[in-house]
Design a protein around this ligand. Structure first.
Ligand code: 5GP
Ligand code: ZN
Length: 120
């Protein structure tokens, strides 16, 4: 997709701090990190949301799992632990319309999700 920022990073048209890649996935540091380790794992082929993945994406999904493991080793968080997060659609605040998995680590990350006040 010509107007997609992550496709431009994959194509090398926009610079990024690349951590790891294979034929299916590019892993690069988030431009606004929310933790000492914050890496984005991005399919090299354009796809908007996680829920669009089907059997044709099997190789990409295996590469995504490999990417998480390899990036966690490179970043030194394999032993201490890390969090994987995919925002899927509007309620989840997906800001970039190209599927990406966040990998957070490097400190104690706190609870998984905050309750809204009315949820007690
Ligand atoms: P989302 O809210 O869609 O799950 O997360 C999008 C993420 O992409 C954000 O954490 C944001 O900081 C990151 N991001 C947006 N534009 C760029 C960019 O041009 N380069 C990099 N490295 N990260 C970006
Ligand atoms: Zn794209």
């Amino acid at each position: 997709m010509s107007d997609c920022i992550f496709c431009k990073i994959v194509a090398g048209d926009i610079p990024a701090n690349i951590v790891w890649q294979d034929e299916n996935i590019l892993a690069f540091r988030d431009i606004q990190p929310k933790a000492p380790v914050h890496v984005l794992l991005v399919p090299k082929k354009h796809v908007v949301t996680f829920d669009q993945l089907d059997g044709q994406w099997a190789d990409t999904m295996v590469s995504m799992a490999t990417a998480a493991r390899e990036v966690s080793k490179i970043e030194g968080v394999l032993e201490t632990g890390y969090r994987l997060l995919i925002n899927n659609g509007a309620d989840a605040h997906q800001e970039v319309a190209h599927l990406h998995m966040h990998l957070f680590g490097g400190r104690e990350l706190g609870p998984m999700i905050k309750k809204a006040p009315q949820e007690g």
